[in-house]
Design a protein around this ligand. Sequence first.
Ligand SMILES: [Zn+2]
Length: 500
Amino acid sequence: MCLAINRLNEVKNNDKKIIFTALLLLTAVIVFNTLMFNYQRPTGEPQSLPVLGDTSELIERLSQALQFKTISTIEREAKDNQSELVKFHQFLAQAFPLVSANLSLTKINDHSLLYYWQGQNSQLKPMMLLAHQDVVPVAQNTLERWQHPPFAGYISDDSVFGRGALDIKSALMGQLEAIESLLATGFKPQRTIYLAYGHDEEIGGSQGAKKIAQHLLAQGVQFEYILDEGGSILENGVIPSINTPVAVIGIAEKGYVSLELTVEATGGHSSMPPPHTAVGILSQAIVNIENHPLPANLTFSAEMFANIGPKMALVQKIIFANMWLTKPLVELILSKSNTTNATIRTTTAVTMVQGSVKDNILPNIATAVVNFRLMPSDSVNFLVSYITDVISDDRVTISIRQDFQPGSAISSTNSLGFKVIEKTIAQIEQDPELVITPYLVVGATDARHYEKLSNNIYRFTFNRYSPASLNQMHGINEQITIKDYIEGVKFYQQLLLNSQ
Ligand SMILES: [Zn+2]
């Protein structure tokens, strides 16, 4: 008996030793991973860039560009917009005489612009910079909340105000300013450079970017890389838990699809209703959808979290440095913020609902529309089968709405294009705390129309966004600081020099 108890204690002690050693090892691994979890930003001094001359002239030209009401609305036949585009083209021709003289310009579908600047070395694949000429409208009921009228191009002490200041006439003008200044020095590019400026990006780009892409495809052009909007410098506080500026370069973008849910039922008078009307059945389906978000996929954001994780507070740093162990916890943390949740899963937004037209009539039919932003890894077919399972009710029919767009291809972070963009950001933005990282764009850009023209499509403009200024894009008091704009021009100068 005594022997047996001793043996039992021995076994227990052995177990304890094993558990203790395992815990010690685990702690050591966690500590080691945390210590090794660092971000090394690329470094580099800016080259001596072409002199920009009197910056007030650059600012004046940006201000003028913002005064053209190149507004995209769903009623695309709006004649006003078309004549504003024509006027805008005339302005560009005069504002950039060297560009006009040295680059050839093709107008695609009347209003989109494609510039071509022939390189000296035909062995090098061309590169292309994108922007768009159009802007979103200004809601009439917000007009009085603008500090300065949205189409006046008002220049204050430190900023230029107007619709398009951030999205994205500043990039279009910045690119042309950079090229004009390079031409003034006699610069001749080795690599052929294209500039493509669609005129209807804000309503999908089907008449602009899509047509430009078809034109280039027909010519058989393939690009070393293409740079569009979609990423920028996010100041402290934009990404939750990060107290350092982060430059995000989009390497892929999410897709867009809306599903329509329909329930048909016997209508009639509401005085003797069944327990569930068509609206009731539909509501249950909606609740089920909202309660079952699509599965998280950390793959697309893994590189981003590897880069920004080291800048997090210690507890989060430990968690992100040990994803092999903490993945479920990471998913939970990221799911809690709408911003980060959108980067790890296909998101679900119930946006439209319709039932009966009168309070005392039972609905014959009830419909709802749910908008999803698809992860590049989730196909539309997968989505439909997932949602069918989640609803699990034959009375609800699901159909795919027109105009869906799958998620984009994913561009490499090892390509010449990515490396050049990353290096250029580091050269222009000297802040040693800056993190530069690839990321997944959650909105849609013109870039998706160009997928067949290059494997290397990136999304970045040299704009800075604070939590406050994020709302200015498509919002009230859209403005860009003079400092940011000038640095944006330098960014394009340096980028073009780096790309040779
Ligand atoms: Zn835009």
